[in-house]
Design a protein around this ligand. Structure first.
Ligand SMILES: [Zn+2]
Ligand SMILES: [Zn+2]
Length: 320
């Protein structure tokens, strides 16, 4: 009986392995040679889809909506299908697993992140991976509770004011740190968080919420332009712009002020992917979700990430 189970298990494992291999091969053959060598996941903390790509006047995100959208691939059916708070939303991105994680920065995720898998398998220097965050509590993204991985293969981080791993700091400060840290170190994998939109939402400040959306739109646009002016990063860097969660729909609970449940406003987010291996001006309506980001990064950078429950977003690399 045991032997039979073992055989079935082996076949299953081999099948999964072959499937991933086929996908990777497919990915290689699609573009012959992939050009992406650097990747940044830029997280705009907590805007609603109705104020970002769901508003086709793009009044609050004119740079992304009118300029960057034409340069990349936009997913219009992209979701956080787990807990719609900051820390669990971000760890869904980095670990590829939805987990009910404390939102205050005192609990590490159960599973290792794509940073840790990358650093281990590539035997890469810590400096090739960076987390830069306005929210100090996002230091949890750099580590895991998993005893085989805890405190090992951890990326570099600068989270919160002076990198203190606890407090919050304005996005203008984080933007300066991006310029200092990112363009000095040229990390292969980087995650950036900016908080202004979320904080103004919680403060019931509708004007501030909209103003911060416009600001982050500007920061992201400038960041992309600066990447294109950098001789090392130019034409080799992918920038994936997404969110950790949305916020309640109008008329549901307190509307834009809060988030955290499974209403469409909280779950529906977006992904705009720019980079040398992505089509320009392509809209994808296929449903995808936050956990798929980690799996797709692992295929793109060719390392294994067995604990990620996400799927490889192969359409992100097709030329049609
Ligand atoms: Zn929030
Ligand atoms: Zn909600």
């Amino acid at each position: 009986m045991r032997v039979k189970h073992f055989t079935i298990l082996s076949i299953l494992i081999a099948g999964v392995f072959l499937f991933s291999f086929k996908k990777t091969k497919q990915l290689k053959s699609t573009k012959n040679l992939l050009k992406t060598e650097y990747l940044v996941v830029f997280v705009m903390d907590g805007p609603r889809y109705t104020e970002t790509f769901g508003d086709t006047s793009y009044q609050y995100i004119p740079n992304m909506g009118k300029k960057l959208k034409k340069e990349g691939v936009l997913y219009t059916e992209f979701f956080n299908n787990g807990v719609t708070h900051t820390n669990p939303g971000h760890t869904a991105i980095t670990t590829g697993v939805y987990q009910k994680l404390k939102n205050n920065g005192t609990q590490l995720p159960k599973n290792p992140s794509f940073f840790q898998y990358y650093l281990k398998e590539k035997k890469a220097d810590k400096n090739t991976c960076w987390i830069i965050s306005s929210k100090g509590k996002l230091h949890v993204l750099a580590n895991t509770k998993n005893s085989e991985w805890n405190n090992q293969y951890t990326p570099n981080k600068f989270c919160g004011p002076d990198g203190n791993d606890k407090d919050y700091v304005g996005d203008a400060y984080t933007n300066e740190k991006i310029n200092e840290i990112y363009f000095k170190n040229h990390p292969k994998l980087c995650l950036i968080n900016m908080l202004g939109v979320d904080v103004n939402g919680h403060e019931k400040n509708w004007e501030g919420y909209k103003r911060c959306l416009k600001e982050i739109d500007q920061y992201i646009y400038q960041f992309w332009q600066k990447i294109q002016q950098d001789p090392i990063l130019k034409n080799k860097t992918a920038l994936w712009i997404t969110n950790d969660h949305g916020r309640h729909l109008d008329g549901h609970k307190d509307g834009f002020i809060s988030h955290g449940d499974k209403c469409l406003g909280c779950r529906k987010i977006s992904l705009l992917a720019l980079g040398p291996d992505h089509s320009k001006g392509k809209i994808i309506t296929k449903e995808r979700e936050l956990i798929d980001i980690s799996k797709t990064i692992s295929v793109l950078f060719q390392f294994s990430m067995p604990t990620s429950k996400g799927k490889f977003m192969e359409e992100l690399f097709s030329t049609n």
